[in-house]
Design a protein around this ligand. Structure first.
Ligand code: ATP
Ligand code: MG
Length: 397
């Protein structure tokens, strides 16, 4: 039995299942997409259980003996592997069950719910997930499970095929080559992973911003959100992603330099050297990390936060809208400044041009005042200018 969230299933999963089919030759290879997994929350905007089931059918269906089971997916509420295994046993008392896992799950088996019972009911087969897996650690765990629970463990010989669903989700599941082509086609057809963030998550982010920020900053956050939503209409940007990004964009703005440093150490955040010299921009990096690690936001949200103050060379429509809304929301002290009015006006028509206007202005202002301009801001301005040039060229041709 091979359980997992399969959110989405990837080539590493398929490779592990094929290896088990070949090396263990089971009568049946039960693929068991999890309902709500006990050890984690599903990512925001995750596909419905039926879609994960269908993706598993597409990914594993070709393997000899594979049976894709809907029993966990159909259950409401949390469900544990031990319950599923007990149920299988009740139905077929004579069967012997082997749990198939990757290294990460294998090393935590003793912590699973009712581990003793679970590990007395089945044996375990493990597939390495990456070349960094130490064979000594695997065999140590093998011996420990045997000694503690009497469980037989087989370490499959197949070489690892590294892949991870969370990394795939952070990129683009519909295009990632680690996802089998037929699964990718299904993802695109059903528009899965389009990063829509559910309303209850948005509500939670709003409460978090209100609790964390001073009343003035929270008021700015809400105005920035409204402006971002307004600008997103009719554009290639997901409204809920922008809403989430706007609600969290200043979440670490009121942190001290020491707090930023602590966050950087905690999550290994890489901040460009020149940004350290200007504390006012640190919050875009630490804010993005808080969005990811504390609030589980997808990369589409985090990247917008990560560039909202300095800009970045690869800004997409969502990133540009947040960058602009932060400046043009109507409640700012500078709201009537002629430059801000100009940016607002251009933004109605074209976010690329509005960003160039703002970035170029910022670069001029800093240079005139003898201040340092961040390299990322310079690069952002150049790359957006190039985009305008090539668009103009295309239109001419
Ligand atoms: P996520 O990043 O969302 O946790 P995942 O890639 O770890 O996703 P899961 O659905 O959590 O995938 O994993 C289901 C099972 O597949 C687990 O036992 C896991 O260890 C195993 N597994 C995942 N990726 C691989 C891989 N590349 N090779 C072998 N086993 C894997
Ligand atoms: Mg996992």
């Amino acid at each position: 039995m091979y359980g997992g969230t399969f959110n989405p299933p990837h080539c590493g999963h398929v490779h592990a299942a094929e290896a088990a089919a070949k090396e263990l030759r089971p009568d049946r290879l039960i693929i068991m997409p999890a309902g709500i997994p006990p050890h984690k929350q599903l990512s925001p905007g995750a596909p419905a259980p039926e879609d994960r089931l269908r993706m598993a059918e597409i990914a594993f269906g070709h393997i000899p003996g594979a049976v894709i089971s809907a029993s966990e997916v159909k259950k409401t509420g949390k469900c544990y592997t031990v319950d599923t295994v007990e149920e299988l046993r009740r139905r077929e008392p004579e069967c012997s069950i082997t749990l198939l896992t990757g290294t990460d799950m294998f090393l935590t088996l003793q912590e699973w719910y009712r581990a003793e019972r679970l590990l007395s009911l089945c044996s375990v087969a493990v597939v390495s997930r990456g070349s960094e897996d130490d064979p000594k650690i695997l065999s140590g765990q093998q011996q420990r499970l045997k000694k503690t629970f009497g469980t037989d463990v087989i370490i499959l010989k197949t070489p690892p095929l590294p892949a991870s669903s969370s990394e795939i989700r952070a990129a683009d599941p519909g295009k990632d080559p680690s996802v089998p082509a037929a699964v990718r086609a299904y993802i695109l057809e059903r528009k899965l992973y389009e990063n829509a963030i559910p309303d209850d998550v948005i509500r939670r982010l709003k409460c978090a911003a209100e609790e964390t920020l001073s009343p003035d900053r929270f008021a700015h956050t809400l105005r920035c959100r409204d402006e971002a939503i307004r600008l997103s209409a009719g554009r290639d940007a997901d409204r809920s992603v922008l809403e989430a990004a706007a609600l969290l964009h200043d979440i670490t703005k009121e942190c001290s330099a020491a707090d930023h440093l602590k966050l950087c150490e905690k999550w290994n955040i890489i901040i460009p050297q020149d940004a350290w010299r200007t504390p006012a921009v640190l919050h875009q990096y630490t804010g993005a990390a808080v969005a990811e690690h504390v609030y589980g936001m997808p990369e589409s949200v985090c990247r917008a936060i990560r560039s909202h103050t300095t800009g970045s060379p690869d800004m997409n429509e969502t990133d540009r809208i947040l960058f602009l809304a932060d400046l043009t929301e109507p409640g700012r002290a500078i709201a009537n400044d002629p430059h801000v009015r100009l940016v607002r006006e251009i933004a109605e028509k074209d976010t690329v041009e509005a960003c160039v206007e703002q970035l170029a202005y910022e670069i001029r202002r800093l240079t005139e005042n003898g201040k340092e301009v961040f390299s990322v801001t310079l690069q952002a301005c150049e790359s957006l200018k190039e985009r305008i040039l090539s668009k103009n060229l295309e239109e001419k041709q």
